[in-house]
Unconditional design. Structure first.
Lengths: 114, 110
């Protein structure tokens, strides 16, 4: 158990809908990362937050957004969902410093868009 | 050319074999290297982390980095069926952004 929790484990929804994925980092970690993993693309970095502020952006679509709250949990919002958004979404955390690089992953949320 | 290349496998070996998993990268600025193990439908689990050229050993696992060749390897000695998983390399710069390989699927046959 990495100490990173994600909810829900599974999510099934329809095209055009909006969903919210939630992540709680390990105790003491200030950085949260979001990744998308699909069969053909591998693990793709989406976005990083550090202590409530956006730190880095990767291949995140404009339909997707994220935030990190004062209690350090994070949410990833996916809107106008398309079939191609079906994937595993992982959250990882590291910390407490900005330069802490070792990332610990949560169990993931499996999103299925029908 | 992808920034990080990893042979997707699958790689099948008999129990007890030595396994060699490899990644190459293109950016000489990369200086942090990690190996993750991912079981089916689970999150990646950190196995090894290094930032220098040379070898780092942890039990049956050895991570090797050759910065001059931009090549990293993970060796698994005395492989076990429980080692069957997908192995991901992650390579990056210090502050935040790692690039993951697509993963190599390993199957250790009993």
């Amino acid at each position: 158990d990495s100490g990173v929790t994600q909810t829900p484990k599974h999510l099934i929804t329809a095209t055009g809908q909006r969903v919210t994925l939630r992540c709680s980092p390990r105790s003491g970690d200030l950085s949260v990362y979001w990744y998308q993993q699909s069969l053909d693309q591998g693990l793709q970095f989406l976005i990083q937050y550090y202590n409530g502020e956006e730190r880095a952006k990767g291949n995140i679509l404009e339909r997707f957004s994220a935030q990190q709250f004062p209690d350090l949990h994070s949410e990833l919002n996916l809107s106008s969902l398309e079939l191609g958004d079906s994937a595993l979404y992982f959250c990882a955390s590291s910390g407490p410093g900005q330069g802490q690089d070792t990332q610990y992953f949560g169990p993931g949320t499996r999103l299925t868009v029908l | 050319q992808k920034e990080v290349e990893q042979d997707p496998g699958p790689l099948s070996v008999p129990e007890g074999a030595i396994v060699s998993l490899n990644c190459t990268y293109s950016n000489s600025a990369f200086q942090y290297f990690m190996w993750y193990r991912q079981y089916s439908r689970k999150g990646p689990e950190l196995l090894m982390y290094t930032y220098s050229s040379g070898n780092k050993e942890d039990g049956r696992f050895t991570a090797q980095v050759d910065k001059s060749s931009k090549y990293i390897s993970l060796f698994i000695r005395d492989s076990q069926p429980s080692d069957s998983a997908t192995y991901l390399c992650a390579i990056g710069v210090r502050t935040y952004k790692y690039i993951f390989g697509t993963g190599t699927r390993l199957k250790v046959l009993a």
